[in-house]
Design a binder for this molecule. Structure first.
Ligand code: ACO
Length: 191
């Protein structure tokens, strides 16, 4: 995804971690122009993700990021576009208090880290970027994918989880979240 400004000037790392402040790097702190460009990138990514998932409205935007305690991992390829860089995609996660049903149908209250939005630019999908981004987040959060909940996962994302993490057996829920066999088992062991 290309932008009419220098992506490398805003995002110094291959993967940047953004929170409510939308400060992408030390350089952009106190630089309203760079922060405005950061917001443009997030809005554009959110729109593209919504379109790819056929959602009526984006679930990710700069203003939503500012009002929620989510974390957004943003990946760039700094060498493309004549050295100005391109944005490859993003992964948004956050903790949610959920009422879940275990295998026996017993209600469990939990506050797992949830994958809320995930998008890799159309022309770069199926090249391993999604896996690199997801693995980065897992390391940063020190988590196994089975311990997470997934908000309305798309067919492509379900296929991704099955392929890379053998997550196939989900436990039926009454909300939009998907958790997999092992979620409740591992929770019990961790308590
Ligand atoms: N059709 C089916 N499966 C796909 C597709 C596709 N078009 N694209 C990726 N996958 C899955 C497959 O399992 C694929 O393995 P395969 O090529 O051997 O079949 C695997 O992902 C490839 O892994 P990566 O290359 O690491 O994944 P990628 O970089 O494509 O990122 C992602 C995966 C984020 C799901 C990407 O395909 C995408 O942006 N899709 C459109 C938006 C979307 O559906 N996002 C998930 C929203 S749900 C949520 O966030 C909770």
């Amino acid at each position: 995804m290309e932008f009419p400004f220098d992506i490398n000037q805003i995002f110094s790392e291959r993967i940047s971690i953004l929170d409510q402040t939308l400060v992408a790097s030390r350089k952009s702190a106190g630089r309203p122009d760079l922060q405005a460009n950061t917001a443009t990138v997030i809005d554009e990514l959110g729109r593209a993700s919504a379109k790819a998932q056929q959602l009526l409205a984006p679930i990710t935007s700069a203003s939503k990021m500012q009002s929620q305690k989510h974390q957004l991992y943003l990946m760039k390829d700094g060498e493309r576009n004549g050295g100005r860089g391109v944005v490859v995609g993003f992964l948004k996660v956050g903790y949610k208090k959920l009422f879940l049903l275990d295998r026996q149908g017993v209600h469990i209250e939990a506050e797992p880290l949830c994958v809320l939005d995930f998008y890799i630019a159309e022309n770069l999908q199926r090249h391993g970027y999604g896996l690199e981004l997801f693995e980065f987040m897992l390391q940063h959060k020190n988590l196994e994918p089975v311990m997470m909940a997934y908000d309305r996962p798309s067919p492509k994302f379900l296929s991704f989880l099955a392929k890379h993490y053998c997550l196939m057996q989900s436990v039926p829920q009454v909300n939009n979240f998907v958790v997999f066999e092992g979620f409740f088992l591992n929770r019990a062991a961790a308590q």
